[in-house]
Design a protein around this ligand. Sequence first.
Ligand SMILES: C[S@@+](CC[C@H](N)C(=O)[O-])C[C@H]1O[C@@H](n2cnc3c(N)ncnc32)[C@H](O)[C@@H]1O
Length: 212
Amino acid sequence: MRQRKVKNVEARLAAFSEFSVVDGKKMKGNWKNIFDNDNDIYMELGCGKGQFSLKLAEMHPDRNYIAVEGQDTVLLRALEKAAIAQLPNIKFMQAFVQDVTEYFEEDELAGIYLNFSDPWPKDRHAKRRLTHTKFLKGYATVIKNSGIVEFKTDNDALFEFSIREIKANDYEILEYSRDIHNSAFPSKEITTEYEDKFKEANKNINYVKFVV
Ligand SMILES: C[S@@+](CC[C@H](N)C(=O)[O-])C[C@H]1O[C@@H](n2cnc3c(N)ncnc32)[C@H](O)[C@@H]1O
């Protein structure tokens, strides 16, 4: 997601500190304290401008959400929306996560969402894909028993790679579609910013939900 330069981005991010966590690694094992309840916690990795997690948080007040974004200027857009929404059950975190176990304790999460993750098309960059086995094993550690991962992408090659990785690790696939918006598919009502653009262009959107 390419962004225009934003002036004083750090100061502007600081103005939204109520909705964000500065040092996510320090929160490992203690995330429930910032929500002040024992509700299940879900995390979106690479949340972009935040539309998806904000909608989920609004729809499910009995669940907590952590939306993670690496790019500060993109996160700023998400925080502007969070300030309007004023939801108590969502926090944002700025980090380019390489290993989720640095941020979350074993079984701390109930699920992870990956939406339109960067495809990293070159073979030599395969380990950077958020559905590479290296990442999947981390998700399996931090997600509690019977927790889920949901992945949506317009990128057919990335999707096929991801399915191979899921199967190679014997994770159980619960739902699967190569074209969620042109089928009677249940999990399509909450969209992301990228998804809205691809949907408009009638590009098929792939989806898989699996247990790690
Ligand atoms: C293609 S955009 C999709 C954004 C959003 N999920 C959507 O569907 O509209 C991917 C986003 O993921 C972020 N990202 C990629 N890898 C990440 C990582 N390892 N940790 C945090 N954010 C990441 C990028 O900065 C970018 O904003």
